[in-house]
Design a protein around this ligand. Structure first.
Ligand code: SAM
Length: 278
């Protein structure tokens, strides 16, 4: 859908884009085609977050084996219900993505299969959504995400850079990350005030899911100016246990979290899981 059709559809349903919900609808058809090709959803289970008016959804439904689309805005769900009437392989979920139980979705609608994620993310809630996707160990095969240019930088940040943090480490540990394309505000209606980027994350087969990693990162980055030793103390039973763990993983207790590469955090999380040392 181009801008004219997008405006027509909104008018037909008496809707105006809701800024508070990050509603900037994608109207660039060549970008839609590139995102769908990159999404790798053909014959697979797919989850779309924030389908909006369905810019990606209708075509995704044709390609995916099953598509779950979660939209917070009831008015848009009504538009989607009409646009998707007769389409059998789609489950429209009227919900806040952050309240969705992904394990339940996977075990139920997806029949236990791993799935891919596609989203033109609402910018106001990008970080919590990405953290939920990256932290959960839900067997996500790939994620094709459209986000604000500045938010995308965090996925590629090297250690010691300003935006290096838990999201960077989780993404770089579990996924190969690549930038697909840049989009100007003119690609959307209404035009946002920022540039956007589409990135693609593909699961690394070699990366084990480490349930200890998200809480470890939360503690390690809780006070950016403090040393790792000080930030990690609450996670361990004693100072000795913490020092032993850091030494076994060849990590300097006086280092700051921002200086540590993703592999070092993964080593420490693996050690904590294996030894039960907390
Ligand atoms: N996918 C559509 C497109 O590309 O045109 C819409 C993208 S728009 C940037 C973001 C969409 O996410 C909107 O439809 C908005 O209502 C929805 N949304 C916002 N917050 C959400 C949340 N917490 N859970 C699910 N959907 C949400």
């Amino acid at each position: 859908m181009g801008i004219t059709e997008t405006k027509q559809l909104l008018g037909e349903f008496g809707l105006t884009p809701n800024k508070a919900l990050g509603q900037n609808f994608l109207c660039d058809e060549s970008a839609v085609a590139r995102i769908l090709d990159a999404a790798d959803a053909d014959g697979r289970c797919a989850l779309e977050i924030g389908p909006g008016l369905g810019a990606l959804t209708l075509e995704l439904a044709k390609r995916a084996k099953k598509l779950a689309a979660v939209e917070i805005d009831a008015a848009l769900v009504r538009v989607l219900e009409r646009r998707l009437s007769g389409v059998q392989n789609v489950r429209l979920l009227h919900s806040d993505f952050l309240k969705l139980d992904l394990d339940e979705l996977k075990a139920g609608f997806f029949g236990g299969e791993a799935f891919c994620v596609v989203a033109n993310l609402p910018y106001y809630v990008t970080t919590p959504i990405c953290m939920a996707l990256l932290s959960g160990g839900h067997s996500i095969l790939s994620m094709t995400l459209m986000l604000q240019k500045e938010a995308a930088e965090r996925f590629f940040a090297p250690p010691s850079s300003r935006v290096y943090g838990p999201l960077t480490v989780l993404a770089q540990h579990g996924y190969a990350v690549e930038k697909l394309l840049s989009l100007s505000p003119a690609a959307y209606y209404p035009a946002p005030e920022v540039d956007s980027v589409v990135i693609r994350l593909v699961k690394k087969e070699s990366a084990a899911y480490l349930s200890a990693l998200p809480p470890l990162l939360q503690a390690a980055f809780s006070m950016r100016r403090k040393t790792l030793f000080n930030n990690l103390k609450p996670l361990f039973l004693s100072r000795e246990a913490l020092l032993n763990a850091l030494s076994a993983c060849e990590i300097d207790p006086g280092a700051r979290a921002e200086a540590l590469p993703a592999e070092a955090f993964a080593r420490l999380a693996g050690y904590m899981e294996e030894s039960g040392e907390r």
